[in-house]
Design a protein around this ligand. Structure first.
Ligand code: NAP
Ligand code: G4F
Length: 372
């Protein structure tokens, strides 16, 4: 039976990967951080299942900044596969805590690889590398051979992680691989990343819980895919005979503005855009009340929420707040997943519109059920 160790198990990807591996019959060990409030929300459905917890799923306290803990964990769990997903993963936040980001996302990867080398455990190692490595892109679309040019402390820390994986593979013959994953989203995406921030805010605005949505750069373009499919890709990367690096992406790119437009459109609200730069606003142009009512399953609504009566043609629902701008921005990401398709048989199925729809639908439901 295969055993996997997942760092970052409480995050978006960690939670999906855990489900995938449990379904494939793995025993899963997860590294969790001690937190002053609950941080297991995304895995509670597994954690609270007595058939799973401490039978197929085991959780261990630890931190990527704590070397002795990582060594002990490896010796205790003897994983056949390790997925290093833990990271300070917020790009904007990395400008405020650059040193911590380097410690966790860069040196943390080294700590793990070195623990494997020291303990001589026979295992395969997956590193959560990122399209942020391409930053100020040197080629369109980006693939495994595109030169890197990171644009944030996060990107720079992750580039160390990327190269230390390559170096330990070549120097010590470790089975270590980089998955260079483009943005991937889901209803479990952290609420401060732009996609989730948009879908959650749109639901709350429509139900009168929030007045409007403040965003930063509306022009940034991202290649957004669906997280569970990318987690399946991670697993496939480690099932190869030889360790290699792979890009996972959809090959499609859209602006943040398009994501906002599509979200509101699912709710029957057509937006028009007025002004430029920090003065740009998203204004309600048309409301399809019939569609909006159709979208809402009022039976979920135990808080007696009502549709926001203030929303009408001409209402401003989106504004730009320059404090969300980044000191250096990644303007355009679009990946070429050809190698993954050819060698892993991996192909994304959920495209942009479907992704937006499933995220706004899930957030609408959540707000109706929770009342916030
Ligand atoms: P996420 O939701 O932010 O999850 C990050 C995880 O790392 C959480 O479980 C977090 O624990 C944990 N963590 C943070 N600092 C840690 C530390 N010092 N020690 C141990 N654990 C720590 O991120 P995600 O979206 O699932 O992404 C997973 C990985 O893929 C990350 O490495 C990210 O940088 C990378 N990546 C993500 C994307 C994407 O689009 N999602 C694309 C490319 C690469 P808490 O729950 O306690 O905070
Ligand atoms: O959702 P974001 O914060 O994601 P970003 O910066 O692309 O990073 C994510 O994807 C990376 C893969 O490329 C991962 F490695 C990383 O861990 C993370 O998961 O921002 C997307 C875009 C940016 O251009 C940002 O400037 O949206 C723009 N944006 C505009 N307004 C905003 C906002 N981003 C956030 N978070 N919040 C805003 O209000």
């Amino acid at each position: 039976m295969k055993t996997a160790l997942i760092t970052g198990i409480t995050g978006q990807d960690g939670s999906y990967l855990t489900e995938i591996l449990l379904n494939k019959g793995y025993t899963v060990h997860g590294l969790i951080r001690r937190s002053s409030s609950f941080n297991t929300g995304r895995i509670d459905h597994l954690y609270n299942n007595p058939e799973i917890l401490n039978k197929k799923l085991f959780l261990h306290y630890g931190d990527l900044t704590d070397t002795s803990n990582l060594n002990r964990l490896l010796e205790k769990t003897h994983p056949s596969e390790i997925y290093n997903l833990a990271a300070q993963s917020h790009v904007k936040v990395s400008f405020e805590i650059p040193e911590y980001t380097a410690e966790v996302d860069g040196v943390g990867t080294l700590r793990f690889l070195d623990a494997i080398r020291e303990t001589e455990i026979k295992t395969k190692f997956y590193q959560a590398s990122t399209s942020e490595l391409y930053g100020k892109v040197q080629q369109i679309p980006q693939d495994e051979k595109t030169p890197f040019y990171p644009r944030s402390p996060y990107g720079v820390a992750k580039i160390y992680g990327y190269w230390i994986v390559v170096n330990y593979r070549e120097a010590y013959n470790l089975f270590a691989c980089n998955g260079i994953l483009f943005n991937h989203e889901s209803p479990r995406r952290g609420e401060t990343f732009v996609t989730r921030k948009i879908t959650r805010a749109a639901a709350r605005i429509l139900l009168g819980l929030q007045n409007n949505l403040s965003l930063g750069n509306l022009n940034a373009k991202r290649d957004w895919g669906y997280a569970p499919e990318y987690c399946e890709g991670m697993w496939r990367i480690l099932q190869q005979d030889e360790p290699e690096d792979f890009v996972l992406a959809t090959g499609e790119t859209h602006t943040v503005r398009e994501f906002v437009k599509e979200t509101f459109s699912w709710l029957g609200i057509e937006l028009e855009w007025d002004g430029k730069g920090k003065d740009e606003k998203g204004i309600v142009e048309k409301i399809d009340r019939e569609l909006l009512e159709k979208r809402i399953d009022w039976s979920e609504n135990i808080f007696n929420l009502k549709l926001n009566g203030k929303i009408k043609k001409g209402t401003t629902v989106v504004e730009v707040a320059p404090h969300y701008y980044r000191p250096t921005e990644v303007d355009l990401l679009i990946g070429n997943p050809k190698k993954a398709k050819d060698e892993l048989g991996w192909e994304p199925k959920v495209r942009f519109k479907e992704l937006v729809d499933l995220m706004i639908e899930a957030d609408f439901k959540k707000v109706l059920q929770r009342g916030y």
